[in-house]
Design a protein around this ligand. Structure first.
Ligand SMILES: *[C@@H]1O[C@H](CO)[C@@H](O)[C@H](O)[C@H]1NC(C)=O
Ligand SMILES: *[C@@H]1O[C@H](CO)[C@@H](O)[C@H](O)[C@H]1NC(C)=O
Length: 256
């Protein structure tokens, strides 16, 4: 299960699993899973999820799970559209630091909700630090942006619910899980943003825009969040599903 969780929840990035090896017949010993009939399934998941995430700091090479510290996303596209205002941000080599310090609150899992997999996990992070390269064009909220540079974002007191939906499929007689949706709308206590070169070469504009963004980040963040969620959903599903395709469901949630 754990792995599922890991894979599912976190494992996005996974640029690692490129050469698509086939399904595994066992999980690494240290990965802890929950029986699918565990009467305290939610508690079990809560407990094991944290342990597995901490232990998977450097990834799980047997399963193609990439390192979680930092967690690297090669590429993610965020498209913003509000009325006739539209902009695009391509984020590259994003590195997220602090994911393995996750605090897991309540878990609400249903392995068979009318044949679907559903799981909500309440998570929190005291500190997250994101950095990477970006390329933006068009209008992002009120800013006409046309730049390419580096960014970093420091966030404190982050809380979110990982809201995961999946479906089951069979391959070579075995049952597997595939995610169909991964929603996440983090709330952030405090945020500080830095980006270089937002207005190709105009440092004064850049400074002013950052000052504005850092003063009014709650408004900007709320506005951008649904679009970021779409980008994130795609990346997470795609990458998690590469890992899940290698782990038969009876290894994730054994029938014990
Ligand atoms: C973010 O990037 C800027 C510019 O490179 C740098 O001055 C700043 O120290 C970085 N922030 C952190 C927390 O590393
Ligand atoms: C999780 O997603 C499902 C399906 O999209 C939705 O019905 C549910 O309200 C969501 N839960 C949360 C906590 O957002």
């Amino acid at each position: 299960m754990r792995i599922a969780l890991l894979a599912c929840l976190l494992a996005p990035v996974l640029a690692a699993s490129r050469n698509r090896p086939g399904p595994v017949s066992s999980l690494p010993d240290w990965v802890e899973v929950c029986g699918r009939n565990d009467p305290d399934l939610n508690l079990c998941i809560k407990d094991k999820l944290v342990k597995n995430i901490r232990k998977a700091k450097d990834g799980i090479s047997e399963l193609g799970v990439p390192p979680l510290e930092p967690f690297v996303v090669r590429e993610m596209l965020v498209e913003y559209r509000q009325g006739d205002v539209a902009g695009k941000m391509l984020i590259k080599n994003s590195r997220t630091h602090g994911l393995t310090d996750v605090i897991v609150g309540d878990v609400r899992a249903n392995l068979d909700d009318g044949g679907l997999f559903r799981m909500e996990v309440d998570v929190g992070f005291q500190q997250l630090f994101l950095e990477g390269d970006y390329k933006a064009q068009g209008k992002i909220i009120v800013f006409p942006i046309n730049g390419k540079g580096v960014y970093n974002i420091s966030m404190a007191d982050v809380t979110a619910t990982w809201n995961v939906t999946g479906e089951y499929f069979r391959k070579a007689g075995k049952k597997f899980l595939r995610l169909t949706r991964f929603d996440m709308f983090p709330e952030v206590g405090d945020m500080e943003v830095y980006a270089s070169n937002l207005f190709t070469g105009n440092d004064e504009f850049n400074k002013a825009a950052l000052a504005f963004a850092n003063e009014f980040w709650p408004v900007l963040y709320t506005e951008l969040l649904p679009f970021a969620n779409e980008g994130w959903d795609k990346v997470m599903r795609n990458e998690a599903n590469k890992v899940l395709a290698r782990i038969p469901f009876n290894l994730l949630f054994p029938d014990e």
